[in-house]
Design a protein around this ligand. Structure first.
Ligand code: KG4
Ligand code: ZN
Length: 335
């Protein structure tokens, strides 16, 4: 079974060829990041135009690297949402046209669910697990059992990746901030500044806007931002953000009596999160899953993998499939 994955939810345009559930024959990603960097954030119109320009070429490269022909494809999986409407449209329209022309089945995929599924390329998924999704636009804790899932906590304001990006912007470090802060934090004093842990009504919800504001006030009080100041703020911020993610996901895993925590999304590349969660979970006998670094960011291999899962459960989409910028994960938030 060959699945063609197509991902255009934000600033990346990606096409992958997946053989069965576990064989990535190609996973080509064309990033428009360099076009957004001068603006300090993703400009939706630029992201959308980039996808439109690149998608044909990226498909061609993906097929070439996979040593496959378009006729070899058995299933087309595409990101339906959430994401930027213009970018999503490019992928969904492209996938629908391919499906119509080739007479091959089409499945629309939720980008966030696919971030977690990235862990299951090369490994079978555990029957029950806790999902920790940490991306640029979303932060949530979900409980998964077989085909069922429900959100048990999420961010009430900024996503974790968004907080990394905003803190980096305040410190004048560039975009995207996550990888820059991750690197800088290793050289700073993580105890230099203490950020108050926000109190949430639902103990598995997150809030990251307070720490961002605290960093803003901290920098305003600073006469000049020295390199040492930036390193110390980066280290202190990272320590706080990661400790909240670790503590909440371990408490939730214990509450739900699961022995696996599956992490996905751009922030799952974070070195501190990988180390601290693995250590803390290990002490409780909980196994942690992180995708390989190449699959932490937006990519089409995870879309193909998630699409194949849905297809095997009988999900089919038609030419009526529409992009949905606010697509929710199928589970509902527990009350
Ligand atoms: O999942 P993703 O590629 O895109 C979305 O679906 O949002 O996540 C992008 C986010 C950005 O906010 C970026 O700063 C963050 O992931 N990120 C990181 C790291 N690498 C990427 N955050 C912390 N540490 C990292 N090493
Ligand atoms: Zn993503």
């Amino acid at each position: 079974m060959i699945t063609l994955g197509i991902e255009t939810s934000c600033d990346e345009t990606s096409v992958a060829v997946l053989e069965g559930k576990h064989g990535i024959r190609s996973n080509v990603v064309s990033s428009s990041l360099f076009r957004h960097q001068p603006f300090g954030g993703v400009v939706p119109e630029i992201a959308c135009r980039h996808s439109l320009e690149q998608i044909d070429f990226v498909l061609e490269q993906a097929l070439k690297q996979a040593n496959a022909k378009i006729q070899d494809v058995d299933l087309i999986a595409v990101t339906q949402g959430p994401g930027l409407i213009g970018s999503l449209f490019v992928g969904v329209c492209f996938a629908k046209a391919l499906s119509f022309h080739l007479k091959k089945p089409l499945v629309g995929v939720n980008h966030l669910e696919a971030h977690l599924t990235a862990n299951f390329i090369g490994h079978e998924a555990p029957e029950r697990y806790l999902g920790l999704l940490v991306s640029g636009g979303h932060t949530s804790i979900s409980y998964h059992e077989g085909a069922q899932m429900k959100i048990i906590g999420e961010t009430v304001d900024d996503a974790c990746g968004e907080a990394y990006d905003k803190v980096a912007k305040i410190l004048g470090l560039g975009f995207p901030g996550g990888p820059i802060i991750d690197k800088l934090a290793a050289q700073g004093n993580e105890k230099a500044y203490k950020f108050t842990r926000p109190k949430q009504e639902n103990s598995y919800d997150f809030s990251f806007s307070g720490v961002k504001t605290a960093v803003l006030y901290l920098t305003r009080r600073q006469k000049s931002m020295t390199d040492e100041f930036k390193r110390d703020v980066a280290a202190s911020f990272q320590r706080a953000a990661v400790s909240w993610l670790v503590e909440k996901s371990i408490a939730a895993a214990e509450d739900m009596r699961v022995s696996d925590i599956v992490v996905g999304g751009g922030v799952s590349a974070n070195s501190r999160l990988r180390k601290d969660l693995q250590e803390a979970a290990g002490r409780e006998g909980i196994r942690t899953w992180f995708p390989p670094l190449a699959l932490t960011g937006d990519n089409a291999a995870m879309i193909a993998r998630q699409g194949l899962d849905l297809y095997e459960k009988g999900v089919r989409d038609t030419i009526r499939l529409n992009a949905d910028p606010n697509l929710r994960v199928k589970g509902r938030k527990a009350s």
